[in-house]
Design a protein around this ligand. Structure first.
Ligand SMILES: CCCCCCCCCCC/C=C/C(=O)SCCNC(=O)CCNC(=O)[C@H](O)C(C)(C)COP(=O)(O)OP(=O)(O)OC[C@H]1O[C@@H](n2cnc3c(N)ncnc32)[C@H](O)[C@@H]1OP(=O)(O)O
Ligand code: FAD
Length: 664
């Protein structure tokens, strides 16, 4: 059989209806149709070509990004695309650009923190891209500690203006995407100072560049922060540095939904909690969870297809060698990642619902679910991005040597993805926020206030800290109730243990700092419980299509038992399961790998990614890997000449030195 036939053969083995699974993956038939149509539109447009991207210099890459963003906007207008279609188009263009921040943070910041009047003034211009904005919060000296920001916005009652100023080097804005070279405006976070009194950090809309010739306005120094990790990758983005020298803006450019400054300079706080100033971050963290499933599924698609094509060892009587996907070690590294991609997809859908729910409540002045929304978005952003970053690197290794080639698509995917562990909140800092929320929940147990939502299980803490796992045979691990209870017991016991240790400290903040490593682990256990439970909930829905639900059940069990195996120490040390039950879980996991094996190519086909989007020779749909790798090598600029540039200056003199030496 030719390499090109391997995947066709694999596709014949699928034990479910792939077309129906595509709809489950997309979220709905409507979403599937948009995604399918728009991804093909992008793939067939030569302007969106990206196969030479990693070869471009920074300047050429940036110009290429500007060209693509302008072309994307032109197509959006020409084709009258809806908001959802336009977002899908930008996603499939697959090149980080200033537009991500304009649509993803600048507009949401105005929507979430601006008054009705401010929204009416600024949003129409932003929607038409008559102004382009970014989100300027982080500074050279402070990112995680938002309360430590130093940029000031002093109210001047004489002129009814704020004076925005960068008092120190460390107060320079540093990192905002789109700021370096493109944005005309920014939502700038600065300390509000009125009459010498510091009212903390607030958002302000500040114009940075002229709308006529793009030059920085007086008092503004702005530029790019420089090259980042990897070739291509996030270097298409103009992350920027910005300093203000007493820049004046009208009073009505402070975002005033949360608090207001009157003409007289009076500071007024509305009923809305001040944490809403952080609302844009909650919104973006939620979108980052869905992005994690996309990045992970992309890497997994590449590694799975290639693992079915690649053969090593095991030839018998001159027959073909073994497909590397049939090695149990390959399966135990790859299949949990496939299951994780589906798990993150479903938890992302749920988080989107949670965010919509909290937004609706906020509009009705119900702030009760805000702390949970903050904890869930922070924790799930952290857990899913860390797992995805690790998984992309694992996929590279699963592809052996060829995974290290740029044309595998994996090095660039890794480089572009890993900052997700840092931006929108460093993952450890975010887990500590979850830990605080958990400790508060535990401390309130018994006070008559029953925990709700994702912490409802804590309401059964007495049972969960005493229960014994009922597993006696490997197949007992297939019961959703058994899995759930094991994860709940582990999470509850870890949180309660931390709370007990904390209570021994006379100063709780000191205790929190001392125990922070354990607290982070308790937060991870809680977030993993959420992901497992949302996967199980998804399976309670009506899911049409031959064999679709069965495949998802297998993937759900793989995800849960893989986590259990990986964190066996937690489960056993908390007494949530016994060592014997841990061994049975592993036995079941092996069986599940065999069960899912015939369907894995179809399960990655269900992502419905075009070859253009995948950007990987190893992951191409037809599996014609070797021919494509061979052809691609000859396209490298080094192969434009047989004898390289530099031969005469640097190679020949070395080769000839023995002649000179001999003459001496
Ligand atoms: C096609 C693709 C489109 C994609 C579009 C997106 C593209 C993304 C590209 C990436 C761009 C990246 C952008 C950025 O990185 S922007 C900068 C992000 N910065 C951060 O995330 C900073 C992290 N730090 C923080 O969030 C906070 O400062 C921190 C939570 C750490 C604050 O801690 P702390 O408790 O010390 O301080 P506070 O006094 O401010 O908070 C006290 C209480 O407030 C609660 N809290 C905190 N944050 C929130 C929140 N966001 N929402 C609700 N509540 C919050 C906290 O729990 C405390 O509550 P209690 O008093 O009840 O305990
Ligand atoms: C590619 C990229 C794009 C970005 N885009 C934007 C943007 O558009 N707009 C914007 O405003 N910002 C942006 N940022 C900035 C980003 O949000 C911050 O870098 C991020 O929030 C982390 O903050 P930091 O850099 O201050 O890290 P630090 O807080 O300095 O982290 C350094 C280390 O200290 C640890 N640490 C910090 N605090 C604690 C603590 N309390 N307890 C324990 N450990 C701690 C962290 O875990 C980490 O290991 C971007 C960053 C990147 C990399």
């Amino acid at each position: 059989m030719e390499a090109v036939d391997y995947l066709a053969e694999e596709r014949r083995k699928a034990e479910f209806d792939v077309e129906e699974m595509k709809i489950v993956w997309a979220g709905s038939r409507h979403a599937y149709e948009i995604s399918d149509r728009v991804s093909r539109l992008v793939a067939s447009d030569p302007v969106f070509r990206k196969d030479n991207r990693t070869m471009l210099s920074r300047k050429d890459l940036f110009k290429d990004t500007l060209r693509k963003a302008a072309h994307a906007w032109k197509r959006i207008i020409e084709l009258r695309l809806s908001e959802e279609e336009a977002k899908t188009l930008r996603f499939y263009v697959d090149q980080p650009a200033y537009t991500d921040l304009h649509w993803g943070m600048f507009i949401p910041a105005i929507k979430g923190q601006g008054t009705e009047e401010q929204q009416q003034k600024w949003l129409p211009m932003a929607y038409k891209m008559q102004i382009i904005g970014c989100y300027a919060q982080t500074e050279l000296g402070h990112g995680s500690n938002v309360q430590g920001l130093e940029t000031t916005a002093k109210f001047d009652p004489q002129t009814d203006e704020f004076v925005i100023h960068s008092p120190t080097l460390t107060s320079s804005k540093w990192w905002p995407g789109g700021l370096g070279k493109v944005s005309t405006h920014a939502v700038v976070y600065a300390r509000l100072i009125i009459d010498g009194q510091d009212h903390g950090v607030h958002g302000f809309i500040v114009q940075l560049r002229s709308l006529d010739d793009h030059s920085p306005l007086p008092g503004i120094t702005v530029g790019d922060v420089g090259m980042k990790f990897g070739s291509g990758a996030y270097n298409s983005m103009d992350n920027g540095v910005l300093r203000f020298d007493h820049v004046r803006i009208p009073r009505n450019q402070m975002l005033m939904r949360v608090s207001q400054v009157t003409r007289e300079g009076k500071y007024m706080q509305s009923d809305v909690p001040r944490q809403l100033v952080y609302g844009t971050m909650v919104y973006v963290r939620q979108t980052i969870v869905s992005d994690a499933s996309r990045a992970l599924s992309r890497a997994v698609c590449i590694a799975t297809r290639y693992s079915a094509v690649r053969r090593q060892f095991g030839s018998q009587n001159g027959g073909p060698e073994t497909q590397v996907i049939n090695y149990k070690t390959q399966q135990s590294r790859l299949f949990p990642l496939l299951a994780s991609a589906y798990a993150f997809k479903f938890v992302g859908e749920w988080l989107k619902w949670l965010y919509a729910d909290v937004t609706q409540r906020l509009e009705a002045n119900d702030f009760s679910t805000l702390p949970e929304a903050h904890a869930c978005t922070a924790g799930l952003k952290s857990v899913t991005t860390s797992a995805t970053a690790d998984a992309i690197e694992e996929c590279r290794k699963l592809c052996g040597g060829h995974g290290y080639l740029s044309s595998s698509g994996l090095p660039e995917l890794f480089a572009v993805y890993i900052p997700a562990c840092t931006y929108e909140g460093d993952n450890i800092v975010l887990l500590l926020q979850v830990a605080r929320f958990l400790m508060k929940t535990v401390s309130q147990l018994g006070s008559g206030k029953n925990p709700v939502g994702t912490t409802a299980y804590m309401g059964r803490v007495e049972h969960l800290t005493q229960c014994n796992c009922e597993v006696q045979r490997a197949e007992d691990w297939l019961k959703p109730s058994v899995i759930l209870e094991a994860f709940e017991a582990r999470a509850a016991r870890m949180s309660v243990a931390c709370a007990k240790s904390l209570s021994k400290f006379s100063n709780p903040e000191e205790g929190f700092a001392e125990l922070s490593a354990d607290l982070v682990e308790a937060a991870v256990a809680h977030c993993q419980l959420i992901i497992v439970s949302k996967f199980i909930e998804k399976l309670q829905q009506d899911i049409p299509g031959k064999g679709v639900k069965r495949q998802l059940e297998t993937l759900c069990n793989i995800y849960a038992l893989y986590l259990l195996h990986k964190h066996l120490g937690d489960f056993i040390s908390t007494g949530s399961i016994s060592p014997k039950q841990g061994a049975l879980a592993n036995e079941q996991l092996r069986l599940l790998y065999s069960q899912v094996r015939p369907s894995v190519i179809a399960l990655v086909d269900a992502f419905n990614y075009t070859d253009h989007y995948l950007g990987s020779i190893l992951g191409c749909y037809d599996g014609n890997v070797y021919q494509k790798l061979y052809d691609e090598a000859w396209k490298d600029p080094l192969n434009e000449t047989v004898v390289p540039d530099g031969y005469h200056e640097y190679i020949r003199p070395i080769l000839k030195q023995h002649i000179r030496n001999a003459r001496l």
